[in-house]
Ligand binder design. Structure first.
Ligand code: AP5
Ligand code: MG
Length: 224
């Protein structure tokens, strides 16, 4: 089963993707994580994208499509792909359709996570991430354990993202509404769109997604 988690910055895409990796053996493909990985390892690509990401702008379609192509082609048989933060433009969405076609696969669902802007700002400005394994924490809703060690890997290297400040966040939100939100209509027309209320707590959102993946939600039957 291949799915897209679609939603604005801070909607909880990464958090839910990691739960699905753990519970269903799915493969998370996060273009944001891939680009940050390139930046941290000092590659030429990382240098090229660092400033763009810090400002909250989108990197070019060509770069992210190439990254996804490489990962899809090198991934073995698994429990399916979770596309997290990709696609973000209509050109990326078309490219993803072609890539999946070329390996005899298709998308099963596009899960839109709806969260209002006020909650997004609160979540993002309180986020920290384990620098070793990527586990996501939040000062308010999921604090770092008292012993200062990551619950998943035991490391003590917590980081704030360079783009998690109010100015970049405003830009990221605007990029989302201008360039990514049109994908909601695109996938609705293809009969793939499902929507969850992302304002619930992490467990509640997890359960809504599970109901969709297990076929327990009310499916829309409109197709282009
Ligand atoms: P990317 O890394 O994809 O960032 P984003 O889309 O801005 O989304 P975030 O990772 O900030 O949020 P999330 O939805 O994963 O939320 P999370 O689970 O962490 O992209 C970064 C940049 O890379 C882009 O701006 C762009 O420059 C570039 N880029 C990436 N992909 C690209 C593409 N395809 N094309 C072009 N450019 C691209 O949760 C957030 C916080 O909330 C955490 O603290 C978490 O603990 C907490 N939280 C999560 N769920 C809940 C809940 N239900 N209740 C309360 N708190 C919660
Ligand atoms: Mg994320």
């Amino acid at each position: 089963m291949n799915i897209i988690l679609l939603g604005p910055p801070g909607a909880g895409k990464g958090t839910q993707a990691r739960i699905l990796v753990e519970s269903r053996g799915m493969v998370q493909l996060s273009t944001g994580d891939m680009l940050r990985g390139a930046k941290d390892s000092g590659t030429e690509l990382g240098d090229r994208v660092a400033g763009i990401m810090a400002r909250g702008e989108l990197v070019t379609d060509e770069i992210v499509i190439d990254l996804i192509r490489e990962r899809i082609e090198s991934a073995g048989e698994g429990g399916g792909f979770i596309f997290d933060g990709f696609p973000r433009t209509l050109a990326q969405a078309d490219a993803l359709g072609e890539l999946l076609d070329s390996i005899g696969q298709h998308l099963d669902a596009v899960i839109e996570m709806q969260v209002d802007d006020e909650a997004l700002v609160a979540r993002i400005t309180a986020r920290s991430v384990c620098g070793n394994c990527g586990e996501v924490y939040n000062d308010i809703t999921r604090p770092i354990p008292d012993d200062g060690k990551c619950e998943v890997c035991g490391a003590s290297d917590f980081r704030r993202r360079a783009d998690d400040n109010e100015e970049s966040l405003r830009k990221r939100l605007m990029e989302y509404y201008k360039k990514t939100a049109p994908l909601i209509g695109y996938y609705y027309a293809k009969g793939l769109l499902r929507t969850v209320d992302g304002l619930g707590d992490i467990g509640n959102v997890r359960d809504q997604i599970a109901a969709i993946l297990d076929g327990g939600d009310e499916r829309r039957e409109i197709r282009a």
